[in-house]
Design a protein around this ligand. Structure first.
Ligand code: ADP
Length: 484
């Protein structure tokens, strides 16, 4: 089994969100299962800097717009997974993020940047590959950035490898003007609803869903939800048509990276059987963030993109009531400026009780995850969500909305689930501020009045096997089915 795992971000080389975490850990778990896997990633400056052992692998010609590119081969030290990097300075080596500049404006040449990524993946899976000693039999694509790969494989490269596309978030589709078709070397004869077209535009994601041999998404609930208008972002019809080839596999977490027993970002490590260390982590976090150092004050943690999806606009208006109930809030995130400002305003008005850090900060994200008493995640939709899984692993029970991967991983605390020791968090009845407030108050009730029950809920989450072991086996089964 040889798999090319094509992705636009991979931890620890470059990360904006959950896709990077999955791209960092799933290939590693598959490698442990004996899969010969290589990651394909654009040669952003950060990637070139992070991989110290890069060496020449091959030259590629006839790429859209840029013509030539070089392929380099390196290894992620932490996991020993091999990475093929597309070196193309003109489109990838620049300051800013993988999708947007420092001001959050999308790169105008994203169709080229990800068209090239898609094309290279397709070439490597087909008869025109310049690699002589390694030919994948599966090309595993991820999200819209590699959505054109299955189309190139079928329509242009006549690739022998099978293609899988994993949907990490239907909200991002990569839709561009039809004039990009000839520029990207795609046949205009396939620009119709039974092909590359989506409402008059070229849709990278739709192309992936239409032409891939198999479709996966990152939780069983999300697999069902995206076949409905409320969650399918217009592609629900196509997804339900392809329902037989669509499978939901819940993400795991990288337990080397996210483990309170070994996490180097914490002042003290701890475990389910030695929870005392978590108190020290909380005190250190309160100190670092300028919050009142108070072990009894319930500390609510948030690490998130600040977007409509994540539902934190439901949290902002109820913060005063939560503070009245004795809570503190530690928020780390960035995104929509209105929401950033609302939280900044709360922090200014409640010094010592509300801490807001706007920006991206990996160590602080670990410290908030570990030092908080509960993790707040009221997402309106959530394909899988990793932060609630980190919350479970860190003894920080998540408070979540019942959607997608949150519904598949967080079990609400009630008499039955408490007795059978499955309760691991708190689940809202609907996505609203009132429901979020009610749910947090239920959690507070246990936290403040029943320390034993709280510890049990923490332990239930911490003792779950959240690693990739099981999910990686499911991906492997999916590959095997395609090759059978
Ligand atoms: P999504 O991919 O939709 O943003 P996930 O919960 O699946 O959401 O994954 C988010 C990942 O990004 C987690 O690893 C989380 O810790 C991280 N993250 C999000 N925002 C920040 C931030 N501001 N600073 C550090 N890490 C962040």
């Amino acid at each position: 089994m040889r798999v090319l795992f094509a992705t636009s971000e991979v931890f620890p080389l470059i990360k904006t969100g959950g896709l990077a975490d999955v791209s960092g850990s799933l290939p590693s778990a598959l490698q442990h299962l004996g899969v010969d896997i290589r990651i394909l990633v654009p040669g952003y400056t950060a990637v070139l800097n992070a991989l110290t052992d890069l060496h020449h692998l091959a030259h590629l010609a006839h790429l859209p717009v840029i013509g030539h590119a070089e392929l380099l081969l390196g290894t992620i030290q932490e996991t020993q997974v091999k990475v093929i990097v597309i070196k193309a300075a003109g489109i990838y080596e620049r300051a800013g993020g993988p999708y947007a500049d420092a001001n959050g404006l999308e790169w105008l040449d994203n169709p080229v940047r990800f068209g090239v990524l898609s094309k290279v993946a397709a070439i490597l899976g087909g008869p025109n590959s310049p690699l002589t000693d390694w030919h994948p039999n599966i090309v595993h694509c991820n999200d819209w950035q590699t959505g054109l790969t299955p189309a190139y494989m079928k329509l242009v490269e006549h690739a022998q490898a099978k293609s899988v596309i994993s949907l990490h978030n239907m909200a991002f589709q990569g839709c561009y003007a039809p004039s990009w078709l000839p520029t990207l070397g795609l046949p205009s004869t396939h620009f119709n609803p039974e092909g590359l077209e989506y409402h008059g535009q070229l849709s990278f994601l739709k192309a992936g869903i239409f032409y891939a041999d198999s479709i996966t998404t990152v939780s069983p609930s999300y697999a069902k939800e995206i076949q409905t208008p409320a969650f399918g972002f217009g592609l629900e019809g196509l997804l339900s048509k392809r329902g037989n080839e669509l499978k939901g596999i819940l993400n795991g977490i990288e337990t080397k990276e996210w483990n309170p027993k070994t996490d180097p970002h914490l002042v003290k490590n701890y475990s389910a059987t030695q929870l005392a260390g978590k108190k020290q982590v909380k005190a250190a976090l309160q100190e670092r963030l300028g919050l009142e150092i108070n072990a009894d004050a319930p500390l609510l943690g948030v690490v998130s993109r600040l977007t409509h999806q994540k539902g934190l606009d439901m949290l902002a208006p109820i913060v005063p009531q939560l503070l009245d109930a004795g809570c503190q809030l530690a928020l780390l995130g960035g995104g929509e400026s209105e929401l950033e400002n609302a939280f900044r305003h709360l922090a200014r008005n409640h010094l010592g009780r509300v801490s807001v850090n706007i920006g991206y900060n990996e160590p602080l994200s670990h410290q908030i995850m570990a030092g908080s008493d509960m993790f707040i995640m009221p997402s309106r939709f959530e394909p899988c969500g990793l932060n609630q899984l980190y919350g479970l692993a860190y003894g920080t029970p998540p408070v979540v909305n019942a959607t997608g991967g949150l519904a598949d991983s967080v079990i609400d605390t009630n008499i039955i689930t408490y007795k059978n020791k499955t309760a691991n968090g708190f689940v809202m009845s609907e996505p609203s501020s009132a429901s979020l407030l009610h749910c947090i108050k239920q959690a507070l009730n246990v936290f403040k009045n029943d320390a034993d029950a709280w510890r049990q809920i923490q332990k239930n989450g911490m003792s779950q096997n959240l690693s990739w072991d099981k999910s990686a086996l499911e991906y492997l089964a999916e590959y095997q089915k395609l090759l059978a």
